[in-house]
Write a protein that binds this ligand. Sequence first.
Ligand code: ADP
Ligand code: ZN
Ligand code: ZN
Length: 757
Amino acid sequence: MFADVILPLPLDGTFTYALPAEWGYRVKPGCRLTVPFGKKKSYSAIVLRLHDLRPEGYEVKDAIELLEDAPILLPSQLRLWQWMADYYLCPIGSVYKAALPSGLKEEDEESGYKPKMVQMVRLTEAYAAEDRLVGAFIELKRSPKQAVLLMKYTEMSKVAASLTMKDPTLCLEVEKQELLKACDSNTTIFNALVEKGILETYEKQVDRLDVGDASDQMVLHLLSPAQKFALDGIYKQFEEKNVCLLHGVTSSGKTEVYIHLIYNMIEQKKQVLYLLPEIVLTTQLVNRLKRVFGNRLGVYHSKFSDAQRVELWQKQLSHNPYDIIVGVRSSVFLPYQNLGLVIVDEEHEQSFKQQDPAPRYHGRNVALMLAYMAGAKTLLGTATPSLETYYNCERGKYGKVELFERYQQVQLPDIQVVNVAEERRKKMMSGPFTSVLLKEMHDALQNKEQIILFQNRRGFSPTVECHTCGWVPRCPHCDVSLTYHRRLNQVTCHYCGYVEPLPRKCPNCEGERLDNVGFGTERIEDDIKQVFPDAQVARMDLDTTRSRTGYEKLLHDFQNGNTDILVGTQMVTKGLDFERVSVVGILNADTMLNMPDFRSYEHAFQMMSQVAGRAGRRNKQGRVILQTKTPDLPVVQQVVANDYATLYREQMEERRLFHYPPLYRLVSVYMKHRYESVLNALAYEMAQVMRKVFGERVLGPDTPPVARVQSLYIRKIMLKVELNANLSEARIRLRQIEKHFLAQEQFKSAQIYFDVD
Ligand code: ADP
Ligand code: ZN
Ligand code: ZN
């Protein structure tokens, strides 16, 4: 027998190994083997298929060890991996690396995952009868301590009742440690009972999973008429279509609608995957879902320990998996035995896209494929649909249901645009705040209401600059200036993580005055403290949410009103539901609007509408102050008017004109190299070869806005293909071109990769 296996290395295709005859039929697809490869002794590889065709042209090596009899992957997972490698033009080994928690892919057994085992106690076979148990107490007449222990065991396990009723399920499991503690006994006494053959121990694997305290009762909120109408609409769409969009304004109660759908699914004994774009959001949601679904709910994301993730994986493979999984994009990799529904909440979110490393996949799109392969339905929910999704609704591929009424008819927020350029000219600004925003903040604080401020830059200031000569600290490895973090008194690179202390003087002219240019969240936090010294301010960005407890505390404090003002990056824009927020400030819309990306207006609209939606949720209309230098820009007006239809129409017009998604398929080819001259040659030649194959559909090579990261120069070529083109053919050609260049001596140390869609 031979096995084709996948290695956890960024390598294409599979590798074939011979299997020792004595393993027989124990090896199955989805099992792990250790195999020898390259210079390093061994890797843990996944079996993709088994066959008896001896490969020709090289000597086949033997697999070393079979790591487990039961596969750790279902066939459907392997199919999804193959689809991802193919669609996202990346090695299947990279998919393997991304998919498994490290405990399941450890090459080195020692550091691999070890389940947590505890010692349990039970009666031996010989004493597991009513009269035998009575007999045991008589035997123990002269050993009172042992009798006490046995008595405690019978009490804790309720074994007597179980024996009387002849129903083993009535007997409870008892942990040895707890038993000894309960009767103040010790191991010596316990061992005596074991030696007499009365008690025995056995091992049990325990959950490290945090199940929390939750009732098993499922209590659903009653839906409002509008919500009920939407729910019925979704069921109706699902009769004909596999995918449905729930386009519902913020606070319309989309989550309540999802809960009813989930309830219905698990009544039918099907599993549900609930995908969220951001870990921060899981906390609020999980609390809400736990109240309804209790311990049927599992949570999966990277803030959990690896051991917990392995445990959840194993549980999903067992006969007793969670019915509902809530998680971020990586949850598409979990085993699902009986998937019925996938919910992608905030489907428009960019954070569903993995940028680095490969696979550079979009969580929503993989979820759609996962559902499709499982014959499950997908519900995409958002207040601001992605153009991709909306286009698929318009052309009838997806169903669409609208929910344009907020729960309890709370009004949508009132959005006021303030011209920063004008206020600056009139000297009305204080720091990053316009006079209009300051007044709103002042009033809100007076009324004991809360405020959210959104600034899409972390750190203190995006950069510092020498007052005398204009010198700016730059990253030695990347083509960017360094961001100043005042708490640490450091300047850091947000691309590669490079850090250095802020210089005391300008290294260029010895000038002593360094000015802060621009505002990051840290600086805004400081400025608020200047203006409103009594207000409680908190900051939510990458720097304050690195730990799970960090962001949970932030949310908790804001929820409980311990925080008056929350400053944050895009993290504060997403789906958080707070009751007392009356004012939202968008401090600088222009950084979003000026992003050099064809999706920048779409994303700016989504982010601004979403953060605006945090205002005025329950008892009063919220106020949103949108600060910008370009108040007349159509997209700004579309945010104010909450006019998605116009945004969609205008943006689609541009996409049509310039051949961008969703009307064309886009593949970006990235090339990286240490030497710029080599890279230029590669980029030029590659673009030429691509033009021979794809003609006018090829653009570039271009130098991206950040053209060097981690000491590697970067170039980019774009390929825009018609929607109806034969994509599998195009993919094959692209991978051939990649191989062709990497095989050349001069380019072999280059990196080439693809970014699809
Ligand atoms: P969305 O997901 O559309 O932003 P949510 O589901 O978070 O909206 O609903 C907003 C708020 O209104 C939440 O606090 C939610 O608990 C409440 N709510 C919505 N619908 C109902 C309902 N049918 N019964 C009780 N509370 C509801
Ligand atoms: Zn200087
Ligand atoms: Zn850098």
